[in-house]
Ligand binder design. Structure first.
Ligand code: ZN
Length: 315
């Protein structure tokens, strides 16, 4: 069973983490390997020979004498945090199934909540940029949902005020087993909103299954086929086996988001969605998530707090 395989896999234990990344020196070696998998390369002259200035953690090119910091130009830059703290943050973000709040992360890292918030959002940004360009194809189950907003007193159902509309789409095998998930904030559930979402996220000729909400016909404009599945019990087809996986994924995500985070600022929804998407799409290889995210993080440019606080545009 696929789900058991996910739930009972080993992941990376805390002891395993300490073995690999427990000291600043081990973290530096790991980050060095992510940055220069084939050995040091001088960013100025391409020279391969170098020496390490231990006191300042700088790598000096033997040919041109240029000193390079391990984290200059990366998402880890402009921060006084030890690499050990960054890598521990990556550990918590990738290995905890339901995500981790910045309050909890701050507690575990021994830093203030503000610092933890910055670290977390920078890493979520890395996750978002990593997966933004990958499109779903083949058989895709799609559903609409709202996140956040007033829990009591507000209007219920589709169109409720103060809530953030999102689309969840799962690429599946022909038998309906989930392969990859995409979670996208949309402006609303008008046809035009679905058209632009589908053009960016689905390959043409994909077969999109929905519960028949009218706007989902927008996938036709992206060259996809639309198969609305309408059951006798009404358009909400929770029991329809065709939607088993997309409903399961959506349910888990809504629970996790509401459970872990009291309130998500609507403007940061895409980053939170990216975090869930990232973990879901790599759920069969928990242990490898750590080096894989590190590898991408070292290739993601720095992001100042000022930019981090702006609303992100999910492409
Ligand atoms: Zn050089």
């Amino acid at each position: 069973m696929a789900r058991n395989k996910v739930q009972f896999q080993k992941g990376l234990s805390e002891a395993g983490f300490d073995d690999l990344y427990g000291t600043e020196e081990r973290c530096r070696d790991a980050v060095f390997g992510w940055r220069w998998p084939g050995g040091f390369v001088c960013p100025v002259c391409g020279g391969r020979e170098h020496s390490l200035l231990r006191t300042r953690a700088l790598y000096q090119c033997t040919a041109c004498r240029r000193q390079t910091s391990l984290i200059a130009g990366t998402i880890f830059a402009s921060s006084k945090l030890a690499l050990r703290t960054w890598l521990r943050a990556i550990y918590h973000l990738t290995q905890s199934k339901g995500g981790i709040s910045s309050i909890e992360l701050g507690r575990r890292l021994g830093v203030t909540q503000t610092t933890a918030w910055k670290v977390k959002h920078k890493l979520m940004q890395v996750m978002m940029e990593r997966d933004a360009g990958k499109r779903l194809s083949g058989r895709i189950e799609i559903d609409d949902a709202y996140l956040g907003g007033e829990r009591n007193g507000g209007k219920r159902g589709r169109g409720a005020a103060g809530k953030t509309p999102i689309v969840a789409a799962v690429e599946t095998t022909p038998e309906g087993k989930p392969i990859r998930l995409k979670l996208r904030r949309v402006k609303g559930f008008r046809r035009t909103d679905i058209v632009s979402m589908a053009k960016r996220n689905f390959e043409p000729a994909s077969i999109v299954l929905s519960d028949g909400l009218r706007c989902f016909n927008g996938v036709l404009d992206a060259g996809c086929t639309h198969q609305p599945i309408i059951t006798r019990s009404g358009r909400r087809a929770a029991l329809n086996p065709a939607f088993k996986w997309v409903n399961t994924a959506l349910g888990n995500i809504k629970n996790a988001i509401t459970g872990t985070y009291r309130a998500i600022r609507a403007k940061h929804t895409p980053r939170y969605l990216a975090e869930f998407e990232y973990r879901f799409n790599r759920r069969y290889d928990l242990a490898a998530m750590m080096p894989r995210l590190g590898h991408v993080a070292i290739r993601t440019p720095p992001m100042p707090y000022r930019l981090l606080k702006l609303a992100e545009n999910h492409t």
